[in-house]
Design a protein around this ligand. Structure first.
Ligand SMILES: [Fe+2]
Length: 497
């Protein structure tokens, strides 16, 4: 069976309530009449190759399994978000600009199905109406003509593409951007609107947020490029905002991620600051100011005063897990010795041990291999964990001088022994590997790693499932995607068991 629909009629069909998983009525709806890639090219390496956005929105049923077998008891959706500008950008700074595009692989009964959709934010709606990009880059904003906005729309100088992450909380799927509002999505990837967390106004959130292991509360970060105030929202397990706390930094600061432990929010703020004057002078709005040093704030969850610790500056995009061990706080993370979107130092994996009573910390390294996007078994978030999964780059990738965020190997680090195991994908590009808990799994690493790969020769993509207990073994399953899946940012497994 095949069926072609226009984008508008298809959207109406999907929002009329048919469930995607198990619904044969919606399959297959491949948009074969539309070119897969966007109809423009760019010299920017982060808009070329597998970073070139796709424009086609596809449904494909019963994907081909190239090797291995999809575990029969696995039931859920792997969703991954990423920057995918529909219109050729006026300015572009990876990974801070773009429109959200979510690629989803639905798995049940040993079968896999695919769907991808734009996150239709208000910013994207404005640009579709204009038929072109109207917003500048996050690092180099441009004046936006107020005439492009309709009554009821909020004029903005910065784009909100909701492209960085997608998480589930309170039974809702939320596409997250950086320091602005987020968008609720349906499991069918319809954009449902800005998320209010039970309030009357959209809530501003960061891209990475953390669940408390006992309460299920979501602790969410909000920073602003305008003010040095950093807010932490506590949103209960039902998805309702409970309270907000604030700390003050010397300048408006970019904070992409933070750590939650059983008793603390841990903020580690490297001096990547917003400088509106620099932007007016044609420089990047984001400036590295090592003279400001680095500040760590430990916010007791019981409402006590924050504990401040200062140190030599470095920058963190992504943390793995953090947890309490005795009276110390352990934080696993990827360290950038300074903030730089291009030509920066090699990011490497570290462990910080903080002593709140002495107000000091120490840092230990594990290896000097380049890495980013660390993940762990999220069911143990804020509790002691041993294993971290992260990509790295080896010489078996044939691409010469690949741009930052290109990897070809998945690492598993045992933080107790310092031992690494690896799955080298050769001349295939891989990104973040999300942990997929095995149904009924008993040990921390009893699960799978899910990651999209890209073959630059075939110019096609797969979803690879690795056994997290032994990632060096052949993949549990390699599932062929019906179209190229551009290099993205963050994804999560949404379990349905
Ligand atoms: Fe991120």
């Amino acid at each position: 069976m095949s069926l072609r629909l226009t984008r508008r009629s298809f959207h109406r069909l999907t929002v009329c309530g048919a469930a995607l998983i198990g619904s044969h009525a919606l399959w297959p709806l491949a948009r074969a009449d539309e070119p897969a890639d966007v109809p423009w090219v760019s010299n920017d390496p982060h808009l070329s190759g597998n970073f070139l956005p796709v424009q086609r929105e596809v449904d494909a049923r019963d994907l081909r399994v190239i090797s291995g077998r999809i575990p029969a008891d696995l039931r859920g959706v792997y969703m991954r978000n990423g920057p995918n500008p529909e219109f050729k950008p006026i300015g572009y700074a990876y990974p801070l600009d773009g429109d959200g595009m979510i690629h989803a692989v639905y798995i049940e009964s040993g079968k896999a199905h695919y769907r991808n959709r734009f996150v239709t934010t208000e910013s994207l709606t404005v640009e579709r109406r204009a038929g072109r990009a109207v917003f500048g880059s996050f690092t180099h904003p441009v004046p936006v003509d107020a005439g492009v906005f309709l009554p009821g729309e909020v004029p903005s100088q910065l784009k909100n593409g909701a492209f960085v992450n997608i998480i589930r909380h309170g039974g809702r799927l939320i596409a997250l951007n950086e320091a602005t509002t987020s968008y609720e999505m349906s499991v069918q990837l319809d954009t449902l609107g800005e998320w209010t967390a039970g309030g009357s106004e959209p809530l501003r959130l960061g891209a990475h947020n953390r669940h408390h292991p006992r309460t299920g509360d979501l602790y969410a970060l909000e920073y602003s490029w305008r003010t040095p105030t950093v807010k932490f929202h506590r949103i209960n397990a039902s998805g309702v905002l409970v309270n907000t706390r604030s700390v003050e930094l010397p300048m408006p600061t970019m904070i992409h991620d933070f750590i939650l432990t059983e008793h603390y929010v841990v903020l580690i703020a490297g001096p990547a600051v917003f400088d509106a004057q620099a932007a007016k002078a044609g420089q990047s709005m984001l400036q590295w100011r090592p003279d400001l040093g680095m500040r760590i704030a430990l916010l007791p969850l019981d409402g006590g005063d924050p504990i401040w610790i200062e140190g030599e500056p470095f920058f963190v995009f992504h943390f793995a897990n953090g947890f309490e061990r005795g009276r110390q706080i352990v934080v696993d993370y990827v360290q950038h010795d300074k903030f730089a979107l291009v030509n920066g130092p090699i990011p490497t994996f570290k462990r910080m041990t903080i002593d709140p009573a002495r107000r000091n910390f120490k840092v230990a390294g594990f290896s000097n291999e380049i890495t980013e996007f660390p993940r762990f078994n999220h069911l143990r978030e804020a509790l002691p964990t041993r294993f971290v999964y992260m990509p790295t780059l080896t010489s078996s990738l044939k691409e010469v001088n690949p741009p930052p965020a290109v990897f070809n190997t998945v690492l598993k680090l045992d933080t107790e022994t310092g031992r690494y195991t690896r799955h080298d994908l050769g001349n295939q590009i891989v990104g973040e590997a999300a942990f997929v808990p095995k149904p009924g799994g008993r040990t921390e690493d009893d699960g799978y790693l899910a990651a999209f790969t890209y073959d630059p020769v075939r110019q096609g993509s797969n979803l690879v499932l690795l056994d997290a207990r032994c990632i060096e073994e052949p993949p549990v399953a390699v599932i062929e995607m019906p179209q190229r899946v551009p290099q993205g940012l963050h994804g999560n497994w949404i379990s349905r068991t």
